[in-house]
Design a protein around this ligand. Structure first.
Ligand SMILES: Cc1cc2nc3c(=O)[nH]c(=O)nc-3n(C[C@H](O)[C@H](O)[C@H](O)COP(=O)(O)OP(=O)(O)OC[C@H]3O[C@@H](n4cnc5c(N)ncnc54)[C@H](O)[C@@H]3O)c2cc1C
Length: 418
């Protein structure tokens, strides 16, 4: 017999995995687990999933990512790439980096790397909408929108999630993909090493006087990287997405000034390389904090993407690292699931952490190194970086190694990315 209070309780839904956060990383992971046949719930705080007919408008969305060829292969595996390509992508075949304080410069080309492209600039909204369109076709995926998690409980073999609308979910595997300030990470009691980069990223979209020529460009100005990332809009190849990581005071100035003044500041900082610059959107500010979770996994619990690590955008690696987390975690979990082994066990999840921590740590460390090297005005550092860049520019085999790293071809790649 059920009592009245028991009857009033909402039923507990069971899933093989529950992913919290339907950004690019969480959605890609949901697709990978559901395609294997697992019953997956994808929990998202926002109201409704972005659709393809809502993206790639006249003016590109302000948030873009440089996606590596390895990420492209994962998105192709998930069936999302054709819709991304049809909506709007801009391939880049060249990269130029220079030090505005000296003569140091380095150029990379896809020909030297032996690949058709070095990567693609894609609006985050386009990637997410294309992923949604594919992943939501999976019959074993359940999406729960407009809800957050209010409690996370632990039993010996599973986790319980209590949602803020009262629903309860039980699962052997909870995955936090809820971004840099992950509430789930906090509920699980996982600490993070946090380091402010003492910079904010100013992001906007501009139209230049000259073509971008399929080139991603980045100048270091007083230790502050300014990137002009190529965008082609309806066949017009004079658009660029700007990411200027600068001091908080300068960022405030840039976001408060007139469109004309912003265009002039960008043109002057870039040494007039792309001619006259006209911003076509307002400028947005993002504080830059590098974070790295002290652990990625606990029994029946894992962190992926920005919930596990957030990184300075100067090398354009954040979401690429996150997609790689998703691909590796899915590979380990699906192998265990097919074998009938406990896929949420610490043994299974630790294999994921071992495969991903080193790569993520190396990239976070590299960004700190760049900050020290390019942030210093001491003549010895200025000389070292100028000699280093220009010297390396002559060494094609060394450049090839760097390009393989930058394009994501590192270590043992999961099958979905090969
Ligand atoms: C200026 C800038 C430029 C960048 N450029 C690049 C680049 O060129 N290349 C690159 O690879 N990376 C880049 N990045 C990094 C990249 O944007 C991030 O790494 C990526 O967006 C992280 O994706 P994610 O899915 O892990 O997290 P998010 O995109 O933050 O998604 C988290 C999701 O979880 C949801 N959520 C949050 N809390 C809850 C909750 N409690 N309950 C339910 N849902 C929740 C959110 O609504 C969101 O949908 C850049 C970052 C910045 C700031």
């Amino acid at each position: 017999m059920t009592t009245q209070s028991e009857a009033a309780k909402p039923p507990v839904a069971q899933f093989d995995a529950v992913i919290v956060g339907a950004g690019m990383v969480g959605t890609a992971l949901a697709g990978l687990l559901a395609e294997a046949g697992m019953q997956v719930a994808l929990v998202e705080a926002k109201a409704s999933p972005l659709r393809l007919d809502e993206v790639a408008g006249e003016i590109p969305a302000p948030r873009v990512s440089a996606l590596t060829p390895v990420s492209q292969r994962l998105l192709t595996h998930l069936g999302a790439w054709p819709a991304i390509a049809a909506a709007r992508v801009t391939p880049y075949r060249y990269m130029q980096v220079w030090d505005a304080e000296g003569s140091g410069h380095i150029h990379f080309s896809a020909d030297e790397a032996g690949t058709p492209v070095l990567g693609h600039i894609v609006e985050n909204d386009v990637t997410l909408a294309a992923l949604n369109a594919q992943v939501h076709k999976q019959p074993t995926l359940t999406r729960l929108d407009s809800v957050s998690v209010s409690a996370l409980q632990t039993t010996s073999t599973s986790r319980w999630l209590v949602l803020d609308d009262g629903r309860q979910l039980q699962t052997p595997l909870v995955i936090a993909a809820d971004g840099a300030r992950s509430a789930l990470r906090e509920l699980a009691g996982i600490a993070v090493a946090e380091e402010s980069m003492e910079q904010e990223a100013v992001v906007t979209t501009v139209r230049c006087e000259q073509s971008h020529n399929d080139t991603a460009r980045q100048a270091f100005i007083d230790g502050c990287p300014l990137a002009f990332l190529p965008l082609t809009v309806n066949g017009d190849d004079r658009y660029c997405s700007i990411v200027w990581s600068t001091t908080p005071a300068h960022a405030r100035e840039l976001t408060a000034c007139s469109t004309e003044a912003l265009g002039q500041a960008l043109g002057a900082a870039f040494g007039g390389r792309l001619g006259h610059i006209i911003p076509v959107d307002k400028a947005y500010r993002f504080p830059l904090v590098q974070r790295h979770a002290k652990q990625y996994v606990q029994p029946n619990f894992a962190l992926v993407g920005d919930a596990a690590h957030s990184i300075h955008p100067l090398a354009g690696q954040g979401v690429n690292l996150g997609l790689m987390d998703a691909a590796v975690l899915a590979e380990e979990v699906v192998v265990a699931w097919h074998r009938g082994a406990p896929w949420g066990s610490l043994a299974t999840l630790s294999r994921y952490e071992r495969r991903r921590r080193l790569d993520n740590s190396a990239m976070l460390g590299l960004m700190k190194g760049f900050k020290v090297l390019f942030g210093s005005h001491q003549p010895v550092f200025t000389l070292a970086r100028n000699l280093g860049m220009s010297g390396m520019n002559q060494l094609v085999p060394l450049k090839r190694v760097v390009m393989r790293q930058a394009t994501g071809e590192r270590g043992r790649l999961p099958a979905s990315c090969r």
